[in-house]
Design a protein around this ligand. Structure first.
Ligand code: PAP
Length: 359
């Protein structure tokens, strides 16, 4: 199976019928589509441009770097997405643990429906178990209405920064919830460089690690800067802990059962004493472990379709699944620079993230 992706050119806002060819669109939909594209083009024309990691340019929109297609998704979310009171959004900067959390959230919320031995995760890619708001809405803005049919609580994933999302989702008066997962920025950088290199157009020269490192440190990175992304959710979680659960990849690796119990409690489906005594927590941890998931056929050979024409091989969502792989890539000087940015940006926030223990 080729690793080629067929993501539409992000510098143009594709027409939904060109992507999801099955349903002809109505005049009204056509009007909405043209209106949105017009708005996005107007917005983008005013924005600072940067170098995108997978080829197409990215734009500095309200402090965060996004490809044009995602600015369109964001606008669509603001104009057409209506959160329901018990929606749960999984949010993260890229490559911080969304795949893992998706499976844990799905398995936890639906644990009364499926046996572990015959679980949908055995044959369904992790990115199919619930929608990515960012991508789904770009591919088909009319999919917003399809979300109405999702079982409650509806689960969605997003990489958008907290400050970019509509207040209908984020304000303290909204009762939807967020699970945010973050990670040592050094590991997020390495993971993102590998992933973006794989999905980068083969017609372009590969992005070198040094180039990616510079862009990352300067905050020029899809959905970035990393630190502002993390801080937005961190501060919101401090203000409204009942609304935002803030998790760290490293804690989850260290004590997955403890973190899973926190997650279940936060999602409103705590494990009962009987379940805990019966080993249900450990079963879900095992089901969703890197070793287990990455060995399922669907994750070795399967492809995740985003719409009709966009394919990402599931294996690209699983690389090493380790803490500290940055040690294999960063010089001491590079490590110190990222640690020092982290220290400076997170200063006085009460959040410590990925600072290297030195002798
Ligand atoms: P996304 O931004 O494309 O959604 P995301 O799932 O957030 O990616 O992050 C991918 C990282 O999670 C990869 O890390 P690595 O490159 O350092 O290896 C991937 O290997 C890791 N990962 C995927 N599934 C799991 C899992 N079940 N347990 C632990 N880590 C995982």
């Amino acid at each position: 199976m080729s690793t080629d992706l067929n993501i539409p050119n992000q510098n143009t806002c594709s027409h939904p019928t060109a992507i999801n060819g099955e349903n002809p669109i109505s005049n009204e939909q056509e009007h909405v589509h043209n209106k949105l594209n017009g708005k996005v083009n107007d917005i983008v024309a005013t924005l600072q441009k940067g170098k995108g990691w997978r080829g197409p340019e990215i734009f500095l929109h309200k402090g965060f770097w996004l490809p044009q297609m995602l600015i369109k998704s964001l606008l669509t979310i603001h104009e057409y997405f209506h959160p329901k009171p018990n929606d749960i959004f999984l949010a993260a900067f890229m490559k911080c643990g969304t795949t893992w959390l998706r499976t844990l959230m799905f398995a936890t919320a639906n644990r009364h429906l499926y046996k572990i031995s015959d679980h949908p995760l055995h044959h369904t890619g992790p990115h199919s178990v619930f929608p990515s708001l960012d991508v789904q809405i770009f591919l088909d803005q009319y999919s917003v209405s399809k979300f109405d049919n999702l079982p409650s609580p509806r689960l969605f994933a997003t990489h958008f920064a907290h400050d970019l999302l509509p207040t209908s989702m984020t304000s303290s008066s909204s009762t939807c919830k967020f699970v945010y997962v973050c990670r040592d920025p050094k590991d997020a950088l390495i993971s993102k460089w590998h992933f973006m290199s794989k999905i980068r157009s083969k017609e372009l020269t590969p992005i070198s690690f040094n180039e990616a490192y510079e862009l990352f440190c300067n905050g020029v990175s899809e959905y970035g800067p990393f630190w502002e992304h993390v801080l937005g959710y961190w501060k919101a979680s401090q203000e409204s802990p009942e609304k935002i659960l803030f998790l760290k990849y490293e804690d989850m690796k260290k004590e997955p059962s403890v973190e899973l119990k926190k997650l279940a409690e936060f999602m409103g489906v705590p494990f009962t004493t009987e379940e805990e005594e019966g080993g249900v927590v450990e079963e879900i941890v095992k089901l969703c472990s890197f070793e287990n998931l990455s060995n399922f056929e669907v994750n070795k050979d399967g492809v995740q379709m985003f719409g009709e024409h966009v394919a990402v091989e599931n294996r690209n969502f699983f690389r090493k699944g380790k803490v500290g792989d940055w040690e294999n890539y960063l010089t001491e000087e590079m490590r110190d620079r990222i640690d020092s940015i982290t220290e400076t940006r997170l200063k006085d926030s009460g959040l410590a993230l990925g600072l290297t223990q030195r002798a």
